[in-house]
Ligand binder design. Sequence first.
Ligand code: SF4
Length: 737
Amino acid sequence: MGSEIHYRGCPLCEAMCGLEVEHDGQRVQRIRGDARDPLSEGYVCPKGTQLGALHDDPDRVRAPLRRRGSEWEEIGWDQALDEAASILHRAQTQHGKSAVASYLGNPNVHNYGAMLYGPDFLRTLGSRNRFSATSVDQLPHMLAAYLMFGHQLLMPVPDVDHTDYMVILGANPEVSNGSIMSAPNMKGRLSGIRDRGGEVVVFDPRKTQTAAHASAHHFIRPGTDAHLLASIARELLRLSAGTPSPYASYLRGLNDLERMLAPWTPAAAARVTGVDAAVIEAVARKLYTEERAVCYGRLGVCVQAFGATCGWLLNVINVLSRNLDAPGGAMFALPAFDIIGGPRALGLGRGSFGRWKSRVRGLPEFGGELPAATLAEELDTPGEGQIRALITIAGNPVLSTPNGRRLERALTSLDGMVSVDFYLNETTRHADLILPPTSPLEHGHYDVAFHALAIRNTARYSPPLFSPGPNQRHDWQILSGLESRLLASRGAPTRARAEAHGRRLLQPEGILSLGLHGGPYGLRGDARDVQGRRVSMKRLKRAPHGVDLGPLRPCLPERLGRRSGGARYIDLCPDVLCADLERLEADRGRPARAPEELVLIGRRELRSNNSWMHNIPRLTSGTPRCLLKMHPDDAAVRGLAADDWVQVRSRVGEVAVRLELDDAIMPGVVSLPHGYGHGRDGVRLSVATQLEGASANDLTDESVVDAVSGNAVLSGVPVDIRRADATAAVARPPQGA
Ligand code: SF4
C-alpha cells in the first residue's frame, strides 16, 4: 500500500500544532508540521513528530489488566468494567461517596472525549475528594480569573504577535511553546517582537532559552515574584494617578489598591527579590508608556507560596497599564466551541471556591476539586472520611505531585484502585485494574480547552487516523461504562440512567457539533471566520488544516462572567487576595538566606512532557536530561565538579542525581526537571526505566502550599547537597521521613 497524508492537531501540549502525518493505513511513516495550519504555520517540535512512536509503543497497554498478586492478567472489557465499578461502589456503600477519590492527569485536557464525559462521570461518582494536576500547575491563575473576571477559564492571553513589549516571569515559552498562551513557534514569535523594534524582558532564577534570546534578563530569587509584581503595580498606580481608567465603567476596587500596595516601594522589593529598584521602575514605566505591552507569568509564579497573589497582581498590572483587552496586551480568546460563554451543559462552569475544605488540613475546594498536595494525607490519615478507593484517569501523581514517595506508600493501603491509563507506570502499578483507552491516533481530536487560551482564534477538528481494534475502548466509553454500572448498582432512577444512555448515543462528536452550532461562530452567534463564514462540524470536516477565525479582539465587558445578581465587572481587589498582602508583607521581613543554603526549582525540557513521553526512544536518546544544574561557584565551595553524583536532600526525601555545572543558573539555586525516576519495580516502561534520573517530587514538600489557593509549592524548595557515589543513584526517603 502506498503512502497517504492525514492532517491533524497535535494533542500533546497546549500549542495545538497542525501535523501532516504520512502513513500507509497501518502505521505512521513520518510526521511534519502542517504548513497550512493557521495557528502553527508548519511549526512542529520533536514531541509532535513522535505521535506514531507513541501509538506503536509495544509497552502501551492494549487490553484491560487485572492484578493477580504481583502479576497482571488480561481480561475482557465487560468483566473489567464490572469489577472496576464494583470496587468503587463497594467503597462508597461502606464508607460514603467521598470515600472514593479521583485524580485526573494533564492528558485529559487534551482529549475532548475525556473532557466532555469526565465531568458527568465525576458528578455521578459524587465524591468531594476530587484531585487533578490543576493544583500542581495553573490553579492560581484560574482562581485569579474566577475572582477578578467572574469565570475560572477567563484567563487573559498575551497578544504576542502584536505586542511591542513583553515582560515574562516564571516561564520559558521558547521551550514550552506557551502555556495559558497556546502559541506554536514561540521562538519565532518572540524574535518577531524584537524584529519590529520591541523588547522582551525576562525575570527568572535561570537564564532560560527564552531569557538567552530576550532583550534583557534579570535574575530573581525563587518565590519572590509577588514582591516584584506588587512593586510594579505600585509604580503603575503612581504613573496613572489622575488618568481615568479605560475600564472605569466596569472596574471595582481601584481606589483601594494605592493604600494596600504602598509598602512595596521599588527599593523594598529590590531587597527581597534581588532585582534592582531602577529595573523595577523602568519596567513599570515601559509597561505604562508603550502602546502595546503585556506582563505574563506562568508555572514558576504559580508553584510558589504566593501563587494566587502572583496571578492576581499580573492581571492588576495589565489593567493599570491599560493593556488588558487591548491589541498587543493581555486579551481573551473567542473559541468556536465556547466553554466560557456557551451553555453551562457544554462548559466547565464559572467556578467555585471554598465550598468545602479538605478533611485533614482544611485546604479549600476550587472548581469542585481539592489540592493535590493534600491527597496523600487524605489517604493515609485514619479516621472518619478517610479515602478508601481511588480512580486515576491519565494521571501519574506519584511522579507529578509533591512528596510522591508518601503518596506511593499511601496507595498501597487502599481497599481498591482503578486506573484509566494506557501505561503501567509508577502510579498505575498500584491499581487493581487498568483500563486502557485508545491511542490519540485512534480517536477524533478537538481542543475544547486550548482554543480558549490561544493567541489567535482558530478551530480544527481531526478525525481518527486509525480505527480502534474490536477490543479497544475510548476514554469516554470507559467513563460511560463505569457511570452506567454505578447508576445501576445504586438502583438509580430510570431518568438518570436514560440521561447517561442519551449522552452515550450522542458521543463526543455529537456534543462538539451541538457546541459549535450554538457557539459564537455558529447559527446563533454573530462572529465569523476570516472569510466571513460560519463554523460547523460539517465545515470543520471539510477543512483538514483548520479554520482561521482571526486575531484576538477586545470583548469586555460583555465576555466577563455574570456574578450573582447578574452584574459583569472586573474586581480589582478580591477580598481573599487583598488579605494575602498581609502575609506578603510579613514575607518582606524574612531573613536573607545563608550563602550555603540552596533552593530547588524545576525546568521544562523541549523533548519531555511531564512524565508520560519518556518511553519514546527518539525523545530520550542522547545526553541524559535529568541532571541537576548548579552554578559553578556553588559547586566550587562544595568541592564538586561536573558529572559528580550528588545526594540531594530535602525535608521529605533524598535522591541521587548527576551534576551539570551551568553559569546560567542563579547562585544559590539548583534545578531539576520533574517527571523522571521511572526505575521502580513493576513499571512496564522498557525505555523510561533505563533513563538516568530521579523524581524531583521525591524532594518537593506536600506540607508547603500557597495558603490562598492550596496550590503546591514546587519551586524554591530548600535542599542540602553533598557528594554521593554512583551506587546511590536510587531515590530513597531519609530516615524517619
Ligand atoms: S509544540 Fe506541542 S503541540 Fe506542537 S508539536 Fe510539539 S508537542 Fe505538539
